[in-house]
Design a protein around this ligand. Sequence first.
Ligand code: PLP
Length: 432
Amino acid sequence: MTLDDCKRLDAQDPLAALRANFILPEGVIYLDGNSLGVLPRAAPARIAEVVTKEWGEGLIRSWNTASWFDLPQRLGDKLARLVGVGPGEVVCTDSTSVNLYKVLFAALSQVLEATGDTRRRTVVSERSNFPTDLYIAESICRERGFTLKLIEARELPAVLTDEVAVLMLTHVNYRTGAMHDMKAITAAAHAAGALTVWDLAHSAGAVPVALADAGADFAIGCGYKYLNGGPGAPAFVWAHPRHVDRFAQPLSGWFGHAAPFEFTPHYRPASGVSRYLCGTQPIVALAGLECGLDSVLAAEPLAGGRGAMAVLREKSLALTDAFIALVEARCPGRFTLVTPRAHAERGSQVCLALTEGAVGGGAYAMVQALIARGVIGDFRAGDARMPDILRFGFTPLYVGFEDVWNAVEQMVQMLEAEQWKLPEFNQKLAVT
Ligand SMILES: *Cc1c(COP(=O)(O)O)cnc(C)c1O
């Protein structure tokens, strides 16, 4: 693959025009949309309008006149189109961590009451799951008398015994980019009598997700990664209609009440997924998230009826294939591919480990040296079980094939100049 090939692929790319919907700084190749998505061009004006008009002029009236009150549901309906569920099944609210607390608690209530089986006292998750998910699960398990069992992915489905209440997985692994087969694993969990909780933080807006088709039970996900909702954007929550009205989630705030403005002294949950709201919603942040959701749904008219994620996925796989091929051709022997090669097992990112010195071998400094050259990826530290990782996320909305070429070209130059040895790239920052 040559630079000309990459330019040709960009010229033929039906999604290329979508890049104009974003504000990207000059001279930056942004391969970190899996940590913080890029600013949609529409967001600054929309957020300013919410602040100066809806807040500044409308004041309290805007809860009604600007439809603030049903914003979590309205955004949820947009998000539903990206994860394969119907309108009215999703709300956008709170953080991923907080939403996980709600759904895991509800799922455990469901198992306890549905089966009354005192032997089902285990929650299973992956040791390499994102730490906040494990921390939240640890806390709930401690409170409710469950045991959190951490496994490696290869131990599925054998670990699904009749002691398991809930299988809690992140669909696409944040470190490796490996993707689970949601449908097969959900079926195996159900066959074992367990419920599933899926974290879609690296899936929503990144890969096609079909929650209803998979028969999943509960899902949550993140608004500021591939959905471009802005730093700390509200996250989302989905509960299958067969579960949603059976249990109140534990954070029983007034926005999840059936009639919040009756101001009654006792909690009565709203019907449907609205009960997963807690307190007053962050309207300015939700406005930013709406711009992000619209930036993804802008691919829909280009998809010929197949849905935005179908066309985005095609380009995402072509981008990650090209990046893998170019790294292997132009940096031979330097890196080991951590992300699975098989399309069905890969999210929208590529992770590399150093072939030599897998931990403490300079991966952090290489990422810093690349950032100084305008190629923004990130670093995730390894340990005794996992190597240090250079992580590159590919968002097909605004990344093109020439970007892939240029990113690898910068990598080649960085390696040739041995820039990772420079002290300035070896100082650890607070956020990696
Ligand atoms: C990014 C991410 C989160 C983030 O949770 P916050 O509550 O937004 O900090 C949670 N889980 C996974 C799997 C993630 O990738």
